[in-house]
Design a protein around this ligand. Structure first.
Ligand code: PMP
Length: 320
């Protein structure tokens, strides 16, 4: 679908996957005006196609649009279009456990103009691709490097938006972490460099002394839909939960006094990823002897069960 100044969004169309043509001066290439989303569709045993809270993705897309000076989309229309698209691509949705159809809606600034300003024209595209299981050999705890030099998102910046630049700025740290054998980077706040924000492409949770703690949304953390779902699940199970600032020192202290029970990341790709180890400078923090915790496993089983239709969806999250 296209956006043209004066006309708004128009010309929605379905096309086979193919390259697109853009002017070399298209503003997205130069000034990074782009937003995106990521979601998944599953096929159930009774052959229904399930989307997981897709309305939340379109809401977040519009928040990102607002931050990036991109015109908003009609969320209700987008949802109808997505449901149609998914039905059309039904045969492409894999059925093996853990597999799904990955859906990537994105918007790019297409006006050919060399000058810093908001583009007058845009393209909104949704690509879909079958994806295999994130976990080939079961849930294995990952190692995370706490990033001390670089920050992902500054206060007042674009951290809360799902925009390409946030990911571009995180590549250097991710590359260095990967060279040292770490799966992802743990980002700290940009002001005091001590409060935990999130992991590369996941929000983060700690279980300390029976209470589950996750950093409160502060404008530089991406408001994850999996994060929100996990919070609802924890509340419904009456597990003590706190959304607040949490420093790395607090995690180190919990490790040292034996109260750091579990840690996990949440995001659409992995759903839940157990964390077995953090490295913070010279300090090594082991979590649950590098084994997946009981709560982490049960949240994973329950949430993936709801998503693929094997567990009753008491939250009304899945959409057919
Ligand atoms: N933080 C970042 C930076 C991410 O890219 C993602 C993945 N979208 C998340 C958190 C988790 O968000 P969600 O649960 O909506 O996938």
């Amino acid at each position: 679908m296209d956006y043209t100044e004066g006309e708004g969004w128009h010309s929605a169309r379905i096309m086979p996957y193919q390259p697109i043509t853009l002017d070399p001066s298209a503003m997205v290439f130069h000034y990074g005006q782009t937003v995106f989303e990521g979601m998944k569709a599953y096929v159930t045993a009774t052959n229904e196609v399930l989307l997981f809270r897709p309305e939340r993705n379109f809401q977040r897309l519009n928040h990102s649009n607002d931050r990036m000076c991109i015109p908003t989309i009609n969320e209700a229309h987008a949802l109808v279009a997505l449901k149609e698209l998914v039905q059309l691509d039904r045969e492409w949705i894999p059925t093996a456990p853990g597999t799904s159809l990955y859906i990537r809606p994105f918007i790019i600034a297409t006006e050919p103009y060399l000058g810093v300003a908001a583009s007058k024209n845009y393209q909104f595209i949704i690509i879909m691709s079958p994806v295999g299981s994130y976990y080939k050999e079961g849930l294995n705890p990952v190692k995370i490097l706490v990033e001390k030099q670089y920050v992902r998102a500054a206060k007042g910046g674009t951290g809360e938006a799902k925009t390409g630049g946030n990911y571009a700025s995180s590549l250097k740290a991710a590359e260095l972490a990967s060279k040292e054998g770490y799966a992802q980077t743990l980002w700290l706040d940009s002001i005091e460099n001590k409060y935990i924000e999130e992991v590369g492409s996941m929000n983060i949770f700690f279980k300390i002394n029976g209470t589950v703690i996750t950093p409160a949304l502060n404008g530089s953390i991406l408001p994850g839909i999996t994060r929100d779902s996990i919070l609802h699940m924890l509340h419904s199970q009456n597990i003590p939960v706190e959304e607040r600032r949490i420093s790395v020192d607090e995690v180190v202290e919990a490790y040292e006094n034996g109260t750091l029970e579990e840690a996990f990341g949440t995001g659409t790709a992995a759903v839940i990823s157990p964390i077995g180890e953090f490295k913070y400078g010279e300090q090594q923090i082991l979590v649950n002897n590098n084994e997946i915790g009981l709560l982490t496993q049960s949240l994973y089983d329950k949430l993936t069960g709801i998503q693929n239709g094997t567990i009753e969806d008491t939250f009304d999250w899945t959409v057919i």
